[in-house]
Design a binder for this molecule. Structure first.
Ligand SMILES: Nc1ncnc2c1ncn2[C@@H]1O[C@H](COP(=O)(O)OP(=O)(O)OP(=O)(O)O)[C@@H](O)[C@H]1O
Length: 964
């Protein structure tokens, strides 16, 4: 609408030359720009009025989030804006390369914390402090952030771990409806007001997956169980059970439809928070089964019935008060639901026991009607408070991961906002005390520390005044005397003191503190504390009693006697009796304030050890209406949380501060390699870790070395982001303010520069990773090739060795065979020669030699010459036959007719004639012949061995007759 009007106006005005109109145009244009400013530090000049105007403009065009330097301002839309919290938007913020370029959102803060955890920048653990007054949207914001983490931590994991992580996240998210049902209530300022503070730690493992969570709660407003301010309600769970129980449950829990309970005011108003089923389902997911749930709701119903017990005034002090007539049935029902004896219940509520004297004598004193009702309320409060604590422990048991499974955490602190009612008492003092502590943390972290550091580091800085709440904190918690210590003293000494006396004591002891004053016009005793968010007047009446929070031991004993299994768990019988505030005990009395203070100190310790992020929730109007911006309301909230000072300092300041050494450790890889820069880097890398931890300052020479290295890194940035006086890099003054400054030992920068550096670092790391991957792969490839080559060589060597071995073996075998053969041959030859020699000597000596040849060898040449003739004769089919042929054959062969040296064989059939003639071995030859393995002893004469002589020489061997 506004844009339309402005757009139209701009167009029409452009056509005119009227200077007045031009002024108007400039004004309207600046109006448009104001709504477009994402960061309040861009508002010029930064004053409460301009900041307010900017937020208003943005609110009217449905822009609810604006940066205020290092904090995020979140305006409550008071209407559903689904597109602002959809999973798609969560993913957009999660994957954005440059977060600061996106519109301000709680997801920017969520993602920034997540990236910080990922980058491991110290301190790695993160805290998001969500603050603002009641109804400003703190719980909503925390819930959305939990959903954001649940979505993003689940986005990059494998399928099988997906289910596990989802289960954990479901449980973590389910803790919200349970805690809200038991710890939230409808107040005048918020229909779903958290009546306790909580710090949720989302536990992340090394890969930033959510492995669990833990919840720490602070100061539950337990008085609400028994007392609700006009138009306010009790805790949601009481309305849920009375409205959502089934008919059988109603019977069991004694909650008939339309039953009236005094502790259940305004039950005719149904809120969206009255959803019993949601609470039940969530409880079931957290491991609280139906029977335990049934048990819990029975006890709660018992408390409702207890609230309806009213007493009549007794006639005299020695008489006990009687329950009013209509309350008798409630006594019975309450006793049966809490499973205690009705008589014991009445007795405990009406009679006080006092132990006194050296013998510890026990006296019983009937209580007045008011005392009876106080005891009744106390019984309900202590039961509910223990039930709440037990539920928190069950939730923690269900969602908390083993300490070994997580390394880092992101904490979400959702504490009650600053409170200032017409009547403020101890509860408001504690709540405002917590808010003062958080404000101090903010001031210390962002405002004071920053300015002090700028001065120490020699940055040109004009100091911005801010509200330091130290004096206020000194007043509340200081040592040796403070409001807390004085109230605690009253409890410890257990003296009878009036509120007036306490007021005087406070005034006398703390008169020098500027934050203390008193409303002199008020009739009731009071003191006024000037809180950072404005002055608050506290009523002293009843404060000491509330601080004691006395629980009569009889009440605890009564609950210990219960037969109900849940109450037995809440009030175990072995539990020690509660500390009596009698003044006789030497042990320090645990008061509400002292308990709260110690839990607050623990919380502050955790916060100090983490990187804090602030979300300031602002309530645009007190009626909770959409599209309604009440400037005064908002302005007071902006002032209360020091937004203007924050903007001033953030505008001029640098939210990121890193020591030179940390900077170099992280960004040294951005430096272009300088060949002539040998030592400082190596010196630095060797010296930095120990120096960093010991807090030792680098020597001047080292500093020069560090500075030149940092200069090298900064030179890699684009000119716009280079420091104006960065270590002499650019000594000339620059017109625009530089987003990066180098101090004496630290480097200061804006978030945008950090993002740029991180982006560069990531690019360089990616490049390095790719290079490493490439080198590794090449190395692997070469290694593999070498291995293959080596394997081939080995195989070849092995094969050749084996072959050589085999050949050697064969060779050896062949040689030995050869040798054996030769030996054998030689032996055979010698045998043969001996044999032949024998034959020749013995046989041929006796064979008649041819008369002409003398000592010619056998067979004589003539025989050989006649041999063919003999053979022809032997084979001749016709011609000479019978005896004559044989004789002529023998004659041809010159074999004597009746020689004993020849064996002549003939066939039966005379026709065939002689078939074989052999020269028989002689003498010893016969012997040799038998032994001889030589084959040629049986070879036929056609064989080439015919030239070999010896043994039974075959002269004729005719197996078959030549066919005719
Ligand atoms: N971002 C939002 N979008 C829509 N409605 C919102 C948003 N933030 C808050 N609301 C509305 O404002 C109401 C109050 O918010 P919430 O309960 O978170 O306040 P709170 O600061 O936690 O209050 P208290 O301190 O009392 O617990 C919510 O019930 C819801 O209706």
């Amino acid at each position: 609408m506004l844009q339309q009007i402005n757009g139209q106006g701009t167009h029409s005005l452009l056509c005119s030359n009227d200077p007045l109109r031009e002024d108007l145009q400039v004004f309207l244009e600046s109006e448009i720009q104001l709504a477009e400013l994402d960061d309040l530090i861009k508002v010029n000049p930064v004053t409460p009025a301009t900041v307010l105007r900017c937020l208003q403009e943005r609110y009217q065009v449905d822009v609810f989030y604006t940066n205020a330097g290092c904090t995020l301002v979140a305006l409550n839309p008071f209407k559903p804006v689904s597109y602002l919290y959809c999973p798609e938007l969560m993913r957009d913020y999660h994957i954005a390369p440059q977060l600061q370029k996106l519109k301000p959102h709680i997801f920017t803060v969520g993602e920034q914390t997540y990236r910080n955890v990922k980058s491991q920048l110290e301190p790695v653990n993160q805290s998001i402090i969500v603050s603002g007054e009641s109804g400003a949207g703190k719980t909503w914001t925390s819930r959305c952030l939990m959903k954001f983490y649940a979505t993003v931590t689940n986005s990059s994991i494998s399928e099988e771990s997906h289910e596990r992580v989802e289960r954990i996240e479901k449980r973590v998210l389910d803790s919200n409806p349970v805690m809200e049902a038991f710890g939230n209530a409808c107040t005048l300022r918020n229909s779903n007001s958290s009546r306790f503070g909580k710090y949720i730690q989302l536990q992340l493992n090394r890969t930033q997956q959510m492995t669990g969570a833990s919840v720490q709660t602070y100061l539950l407003e337990k008085t609400r169980v028994a007392y609700q301010a006009p138009l306010e309600r009790n805790f949601h769970i009481f309305y849920q059970i009375t409205k959502g129980a089934s008919s059988s449950e109603r019977l069991e829990w004694h909650l008939p439809e339309g039953a009236a309970f005094r502790w259940l005011p305004n039950s005719e108003r149904t809120l969206e928070e009255d959803c019993f089923e949601v609470t039940r389902d969530a409880m079931l997911h957290l491991g609280i089964d139906h029977s335990i749930q049934n048990n819990i709701f029975k006890v709660l119903s018992g408390l409702l019935h207890l609230g309806n017990i009213r007493f009549a005034e007794s006639e005299d002090e020695s008489q006990v008060c009687q329950p009013q007539e209509d309350a008798k049935c409630f006594v019975m029902t309450a006793a049966s639901l809490l499973r205690i004896s009705k008589e014991e219940l009445l007795e405990t509520l009406r009679v006080r026991t006092i132990t006194a004297g050296k013998q510890q004598q026990v006296f019983r004193k009937p209580c007045s009607r008011a005392e009876c009702e106080t005891r009744r309320d106390c019984l309900a409060k202590v039961t509910y408070a223990r039930l709440f604590d037990w539920l928190v422990s069950i939730i923690n048991g269900s969602i908390c991961a083993e300490s070994s499974t997580w390394d880092t955490f992101i904490g979400l602190l959702d504490v009650y906002g600053f409170e200032c009612f017409p009547n403020n008492n101890l509860e408001q003092l504690c709540i405002n005390y917590a808010n003062e502590k958080l404000q101090q943390h903010f001031v210390a972290h962002y405002l004071r520390a920053q300015q002090e550091e700028y001065a120490a580091e020699g940055l040109k800085w004009s100091f911005i005044s801010y509200q330091d709440n130290q004096s206020c904190l000194d007043l509340i918690e200081g040592s040796p005397v403070s409001i807390c210590s004085l109230i605690n003293e009253e409890c410890r000494l257990n003296r009878l003191s009036s509120a007036i006396q306490l007021q005087t004591r406070i005034e006398n002891a703390l008169s020098s503190n500027v934050s203390l004053s008193r409303d002199k016009l008020s009739k009731s005793p009071n003191f006024v504390i000037a809180h950072y968010a404005g002055p608050v007047q506290y009523q002293i009446e009843g404060m000491v009693e509330k601080n004691k929070d006395p629980v009569p031991p009889e009440l605890i004993q009564l609950l210990q006697h219960s037969r109900d299994s849940l109450l037995q768990k809440l009030f175990p019988s072995q539990e020690k009796e509660p500390e009596q505030v009698s003044g006789q005990s030497k042990a320090p009395v645990v008061t509400v304030v002292s308990k709260f203070k110690s839990s607050l100190e623990q919380l502050m310790q955790v916060l100090h050890s983490t990187t804090p992020h602030y979300i300031r929730c602002i309530k645009p109007n007190s009626q909770g209406q959409a599209q309604k911006f009440q400037a005064n309301e908002v302005l007071s909230q902006l002032k209360a949380c020091g937004i203007v000072e924050t903007v001033h300092i953030s505008a001029a300041g640098f939210p990121i501060r890193l020591s030179f050494q940390s900077f170099l450790e992280r960004y040294d890889l951005l430096r272009k390699p300088q060949p002539v820069q040998p030592s400082p880097s190596s010196r630095l890398s060797r010296s930095s870790p120990t120096r960093e931890h010991s807090g030792q300052q680098p020597s001047p020479e080292e500093e020069v070395g560090l500075q030149s290295l940092i200069g090298d890194i900064l030179r890699t940035l684009p000119p716009m982001t280079r420091p104006a006086t960065a270590l002499g890099v650019h000594p000339e003054a620059r017109p625009a303010p530089s987003p990066i400054h180098c101090g004496r030992t630290k480097i200061f920068m804006t978030t945008s520069v950090l993002e740029l550096l991180e982006q560069r670092r990531m690019q360089t790391l990616n490049k390095c990773a790719r290079c490493i991957q490439f080198c590794w792969r090449r190395h692997q490839r070469r290694k593999l090739e070498k291995q293959r080559w080596a394997a081939t060589l080995l195989q070849a060597a092995a094969r050749s060795w084996l072959t050589r071995k085999r050949i050697q073996k064969l060779h050896a075998a062949a040689t030995s065979i050869k040798r054996a053969w030769r030996k054998w041959r030689a032996k055979m030859d010698s045998l043969v020669s001996i044999e032949l020699d024998d034959v020749e000597e013995n046989c041929f000596a006796r064979v008649p030699c041819h008369p002409l040849s003398g000592a010619a060898p056998w067979p004589p040449r003539e025989t050989i010459q006649l041999w063919p003739l003999g053979l022809v004769l032997a084979s001749a089919p016709v011609g000479v036959i019978g005896m004559r042929r044989n004789l002529s054959l023998q004659a041809c062969l010159q074999i004597p007719c009746h020689s004993s040296s020849h064996k002549v064989e003939a066939t039966q059939c005379d026709q065939a004639g002689i078939t074989s003639i052999r020269a028989l071995p002689q003498g010893s030859i016969r012997f040799h012949c038998k032994k001889s393995p030589l084959l040629y002893a049986n070879t036929s004469p056609e064989a080439p061995h015919c030239n070999i002589t010896g043994f039974n020489q075959i002269l004729l061997d005719r197996h078959r007759l030549i066919p005719v």
